[in-house]
Design a binder for this molecule. Structure first.
Ligand SMILES: O=C(O)CCC(=O)C(=O)O
Ligand SMILES: [Fe+2]
Length: 594
């Protein structure tokens, strides 16, 4: 059997004969579609919510705000809810400005987001599935005039508020996300590792979906609490709060503002606040610096020794993500010890990693623990264990059940597996439907889709052509390879190159690699075919590779935390850097916001 790390850490682990998932690291989220190649998604408005009012609100563990007060800002007056989340170290504060955006404005926003055709389907930095997101504002610059009109004043008000309260704050990105049943269902627990302060605006009506944004104070799912955001409510939190999204039913739209500490950090894409906090042994800052040095991102050089040092300092304080990532960077027996510590805390990623390294019977136990925590990848792996009879008797109905559970949580490869099971049973129509749904987020499904359609009477090349005409990168690649090798068509190198080039531009790694090798082999012979493109195949290959390495393997992290000595740090920063804001801060009740 071959298990491939679909979460991918860029290394494409494969272990033939040995069952077990490849090792998964824990990263924070990053603005993924800003880095690396992009693909444009078509309009999905046809798939919009039909569930409004039909979603039954079964009891979910909800996050409760403890305090409430009236608040007056420059152009907004309302109620602020506040609470604390106790994880590692000091409690982390969370604020919610109720009805920050007026109803009519949110209704206009919602309609705009529903009909927008701007959603990207490039790989997410956390789980590598298509993002279904877009950035109306990037690096502090708006690029969507409608959203700028609707949200610009609110972003400005927030920025002023942060400057007043914290002595720092500059709008970095605004991000729109949608969570529809056939597309994306959530985001695993993570930090917004690049953002100093995050503000999430409720967009959808609460009856349109079940679940949504959650905060989680410990590694295990049992500490997960969902936050109810009505349309227009704004949740504000700092970089040390771990959170995620899990839409259990229905459709949800969300709008996220990311602020950095200063305009310089926005322009340079850096996160200087971690450097100061790490000096005070802040467990979250240490972890985030570990990630940055491991990947060489956010202005940090890639340096695995430094990454190990930062992870170790965080892991020793009990941070499960740091323990997991450190385990993957050190030798046995230390590696196994860290992994067991993280898994014992309930960190699903570490449980999956451990399952990859222990004997079969124990592997099943750890994988089941991870799968039962709603982890879609673990559910997929458990399905595969049932299908293959790994550590237990094969059981196809249990395999299907776990694949279905995983697919319902948005894991596209599980749909491919379900399709293959239907295919093997000769149920080609059903298989075709499943492969079609899977192909949205799993490029492996394309080959199966073509096979199923061929068995239903169509010509494979016609199908690839049809999919290529729709701009599917895998189809462009396959068709390109057919023209290159003369498979089913006469050889046409120029056409092949154009197809491969388009596929590579859309982020198809194999296409970029193929172009790169061909250019190497043929010593620039094909250069004319590549004229007029801004990025040559070599650069494209490198870009795609960097994209995979920096964003892959990103199963996310499980802990909410808070920064030790943060108050001291803010005070110091305020004193050193912004005396005027410091004065304003005192007038504005410093104790309220951090
Ligand atoms: O969809 C949301 O409300 C939040 C998404 C999120 O946490 C993120 O994009 O980092
Ligand atoms: Fe986030």
């Amino acid at each position: 059997m071959c298990w491939r790390d679909r979460a991918g850490d860029g290394l494409e682990h494969e272990s033939h004969g040995k069952v077990g998932p490849a090792l998964l690291r824990s990263w924070g989220a990053s603005p993924s579609s800003l880095a690396g190649a992009r693909r444009r998604g078509g309009s999905r408005s046809g798939r919009r919510a039909s569930a409004r009012g039909a979603v039954l609100l079964a009891a979910l563990p909800m996050f409760r705000f403890q305090r409430r007060r009236d608040l007056q800002l420059r152009s907004w007056q309302g109620v602020e809810d506040r609470s604390e989340v106790q994880g590692l170290g000091k409690p982390s504060r969370v604020y919610c400005l109720r009805s920050f955006l007026p109803k009519e404005q949110v209704a206009e926003l919602r309609e705009y987001l529903r009909s927008s055709e701007d959603y990207e389907i490039s790989s997410d930095s956390v789980d590598e599935a298509p993002t279904f997101e877009f950035y109306p504002c990037a690096r502090g610059r708006w690029r969507d005039s409608v959203l700028e009109r609707l949200l610009g004043p609110a972003a400005e008000e927030l920025q002023q508020l942060l400057k007043q309260r914290l002595g720092a704050g500059a709008l970095s990105e605004v991000l729109v996300r949608r969570y529809l049943p056939s597309e994306r269902r959530g985001h695993g627990l993570h930090y917004d590792g690049h953002a100093f302060v995050t503000a999430v605006l409720g967009v959808s009506e609460v009856e349109d979906f079940r679940g949504g944004l959650f905060l989680q104070s410990e590694a295990h799912l049992s500490s997960r609490r969902y936050v109810e955001l009505k349309p227009g409510d704004l949740l504000v939190h700092s970089f040390d709060l771990q959170h995620g999204v899990e839409v259990l039913e229905g459709c949800r739209y969300s709008l996220i503002f990311w602020f950095k500490d200063s305009e310089e950090s926005v322009l340079a894409s850096t996160t200087p606040w971690y450097d100061e906090l790490a000096e005070a042994e802040d467990v979250h800052a240490l972890y985030n610096l570990g990630v940055q040095h491991e990947l060489g991102v956010s202005g940090k050089e890639q340096d695995l020794d430094l990454a190990r040092q930062f992870y170790r300092r965080s892991a020793e304080q009990g941070h499960p993500f740091a323990q997991n990532n450190l385990a993957l960077l050190c030798e046995e027996p230390e590696a196994g010890q860290w992994l067991r510590r993280a898994a014992a805390q309930g960190h699903a990623t570490a449980q999956m990693n451990l399952a990859a390294q222990v004997p079969e019977a124990e592997a099943v136990v750890w994988m089941r623990r991870a799968a039962e925590q709603l982890d879609p990848k673990a559910a997929y792996c458990l399905g595969e264990m049932y299908q293959r009879g790994y550590g237990m008797a094969p059981d196809l109905s249990e395999a299907r059940r776990w694949y279905r559970r995983s697919a319902d949580r948005g894991h596209f490869p599980s749909l491919t597996q379900l399709g293959l099971l239907s295919f093997e049973e000769g149920n080609f129509e059903e298989a075709r439907g499943l492969f079609e749904a899977a192909s949205l987020g799993d490029s492996e499904a394309f080959g199966h889709l073509v096979a199923a359609r061929a068995l239903l009477g169509e010509k494979p090349l016609d199908i690839w052509q049809e999919l290529a005409d729709e701009g599917q990168p895998e189809a462009l690649f396959q068709l390109g390879m057919s023209y290159l090798n003369g498979e089913g068509v006469s050889v046409d190198e120029e056409k092949a190159f154009r197809l491969l080039q388009t596929a590579a531009e859309l982020g198809h790694g194999d296409a970029a690699e193929c172009l790169w090798h061909l250019e190497e082999e043929d010593d620039g012979e094909y250069a004319p075919a590549l004229d007029g493109t801004s990025v040559g195949p070599r650069e494209m290959h490198e870009e795609t590779t960097i994209h995979h390495e920096s964003t892959g393997g990103c199963h996310t992290n499980k802990m909410i935390g808070q920064s030790k000595n943060r108050q001291d740090w803010w005070e110091r920063k305020c004193k050193d850097k912004n005396k005027d804001d410091c004065k304003a801060k005192k007038e504005c009740d410093w104790s309220g916001w951090w």
